[in-house]
Design a protein. Sequence first.
Lengths: 156, 289
Amino acid sequence: MNINLTLFAQMIAFAVFVGFCMKYVWPPIVGALAERKTKIAEGLAAAERGHQEKARGEQQALELMTEAKATAAEIVTQAQKRATEIVEEAKDDARAEGSRLVTAAQAEIDRETNRAREELRERVAALAIAAAEKILQKEIDVSAHRSLVDTFAKQL
Amino acid sequence: MSSSEMLTSQGYIQHHLTNLTLGVHPEHGFGFAHSSAEAAQMGFWAINVDTMFFSILLGSVFVWFFKGVAERITAGVPSGAQNFVEWIVDFVEENVRGSFNSKNPMVAPLALTIFAWVFLMNLMDLLPVDLVPYLFAQFIAVFGADPHHVFLKVVPTTDPNATFGMALTVFFLVLFYSFKMKGVGGFLGELTLQPFGKWGMPANLLLEGISLLSKPLSLALRLFGNMYAGEMIFILIALLYGGSVVLNVTGGLLQFVWAVFHILIITLQAFIFMVLTIVYLDMAHQEHH
């Protein structure tokens, strides 16, 4: 319990410990703590940025999707319109083809009719000549009266 | 009373409160004091070997442990020992930030050293009072010394030399920074020109001088007084041993209860010493207060 040299020895020991702590212990620990603080702050900022990016990306995706939907709807409308047009065109074509066919058939019929009539006329002429031959007997020269008979046949 | 059955209660207490003092005795020459009276006769030029040994040992433990962690420290995920060290450093730094308003890179490490060192020195109080002194006496007896006259105080903070050593160092720091921050004139003016103005100079100097000198005195005596009283109670409780079974059991129970309570005191005293040091240094740094 006496105050003696220990007092000074303790002061020196204390100063040495404080000096050591100040030089080798405190700075690295506090430095690491500060560094971690910075890291955490950076991490939080990055997370925040990520959130914003994500929101923006979602927004963009939504916009793209809406746009795509609108385009698709437009395309479908156009396609339907085109399809209707095509059907209409096909109908028109078919109608035209039908009437053309009908006309062609009519012409054929007419031609056949004429041909049949011509043939009939010739046959009738031949028949008439044969009949006239029989009627006139040998007096009538076929070749001399040929034009006469033809004229007659044409009047049939 | 393990060291001797022949000791009286008074002798036992006396024995526990005497440091292992090495010095030059006017009659016996250089050597260890064999009684507290001899230690007193050695005067100033003697050294308490036990106080020095345990305080430096504990200080080295603190420095070694913290340095070891500081070398391996990472800013990533901390592991066990680093967690513990960071917790303490954070605690100290928070206190410094709360109480110390100027910039000085020395204050926080100083506060940490005080807190850890004082705590470790106080912690020695929780060792059973007789354990280390008994082992030491037995060890010394091997070399032929008389174990009855071998003293050992394991708690350095129950030696006023240790507490005054720290308090005076802090006091010198306070003086140094007072002069450095306020200038010689500013500091002397602070001591003499308030609270009564320049006509009350002697009264001012008396008041401010007392308030200045009371800082190291209160720092040292508060720690010393608390630890000394705590140690004394452990010793008194230890006196119960060696009696009847009832006394032994009572003594054991009291030791335990007091030890649990003492955990609070040793932590609190370390904390108070640290906080007051910070506050005193803060006052030394401030221009006006």
